[in-house]
Design a protein. Structure first.
Length: 360
């Protein structure tokens, strides 16, 4: 049986080249990787919003490569949502529908997203979560063959983000509509995904079912393929009135709300690790997790600088704006202090023998 989505194509964007090889079934796939990896450009190419140089895209048995975007039967929720500010919630959802029953169908989807009492409100009269639901309703109302989501929840706070992720999974179960979701948050991968596609520098470097993220050989190979972030294996335990992530050569404090105990993997995004200036007071949120390390390498990429640090028996990858630490003039072999906010540590814990993992 042929896969639901099969995309193999390339496209050049100035000096950046997009080479995509992606296959998925009627599941929730997550495109995961650093900013600038080509995740959003991949979605735009699938939707027909940008043209590919060569290759093929097939969806539900149909060849899409030569079709305009309006004929591809693809729903798209952009990061900025792209709602029409002058239209009501109902008019936004009905915009892409045709036929005499378009208003009825739009109301059906607003009700499904728990917005039936807000159909006359315009986007600026809605909360952030309500606007997200309107955008989802608009994308799903035409009953697409796949739904593409470009980090639609990135600007929301954690409780609302978790709530919308649960609603999205429920919608997938109810409608059977496959979803391809772009993120650089590991929590999104584990809370939403059935399959993760790792992406780096324009290329899908690997993929595996999300429930295999606990397997040592699988996850380490996948993370090496994107070369991004810090991944460590340790144990969550109670310690002196707090909760800590402990491994053989170090420890980090975790938020008081952490429920997990026992063996875990932890992922820390590079931009969440802060190098400390020697003579500037430390942010109280960072003070509990200060480590000392040695500069391994400094790499400048455009407006971003990546600094790899050796500490506590492992390498920590940091990223920051190029000018942020210019006055420190960091050189290989230099000793620096750095810190990690407890809430920026994402945990992946085993759910049991041969049952994969879950995120906290």
């Amino acid at each position: 049986m042929a896969p639901w989505l099969e995309a193999r194509f390339s496209r050049s964007l100035g000096t950046f080249r997009l080479d995509v090889d992606l296959v998925m079934d009627r599941e929730i796939g997550v495109l995961f990787g650093p900013s600038g990896a080509g995740k959003s450009q991949t979605l735009r190419a699938l939707a027909g919003l940008t043209r590919i140089a060569k290759g093929t895209i097939a969806l539900n048995g149909r060849k899409l490569t030569a079709l305009p975007s309006g004929q591809r039967r693809i729903g798209f929720v952009f990061q900025d949502l792209a709602l029409f500010p002058h239209l009501s919630a109902l008019e936004n959802v009905a915009y892409g529908l045709k036929g005499k029953r378009r208003g009825e169908r739009a109301r059906h989807w607003l009700k499904r997203m728990h917005l039936e009492e807000l159909e006359d409100r315009k986007p600026l009269q809605l909360s952030g979560g309500q606007r997200q639901r309107v955008a989802l309703a608009r994308a799903l109302a035409p009953e697409p063959d796949i739904l593409l989501l470009d980090e639609p929840f990135s600007a929301l706070d954690s409780p609302l983000r978790r709530s919308l992720r649960r609603e999205l999974k429920q919608l997938h179960r109810e409608t059977g509509t496959p979803i391809l979701y772009v993120t650089h948050q590991i929590e999104d991968v584990c809370a939403l995904g059935d399959r993760i596609f790792f992406m780096s520098e324009g290329t899908v470097t690997g993929q595996l079912p999300v429930d295999r993220l606990w397997e040592n050989h699988a996850v380490e190979a996948a993370w090496r393929s994107i070369g991004w972030g810090t991944l460590l294996t340790g144990e969550v335990r109670d310690f002196q009135g707090g909760i800590e992530l402990f491994w053989e050569k170090g420890r980090l404090l975790l938020p008081p709300s952490t429920e997990e105990r026992g063996p875990v993997r932890a992922f820390i995004a590079p931009d969440q690790i802060k190098i400390l200036y020697p003579d500037i007071p430390v942010d109280p949120q960072l003070a509990a997790n200060i480590l000392t390390g040695t500069v391994v390498e400094t790499v400048h990429v455009g407006s971003t600088t990546r600094v790899d640090l050796a500490a506590c028996g492992m390498t920590w990858q940091t990223e920051h704006p190029r000018e942020a630490y210019a006055s420190l003039d960091l050189k290989e072999g230099e000793t620096v202090r750095f810190a990690v906010r407890p809430r920026s540590i994402s945990l992946l814990a085993p759910t049991g023998p041969d049952r994969g993992g879950r995120c906290r």
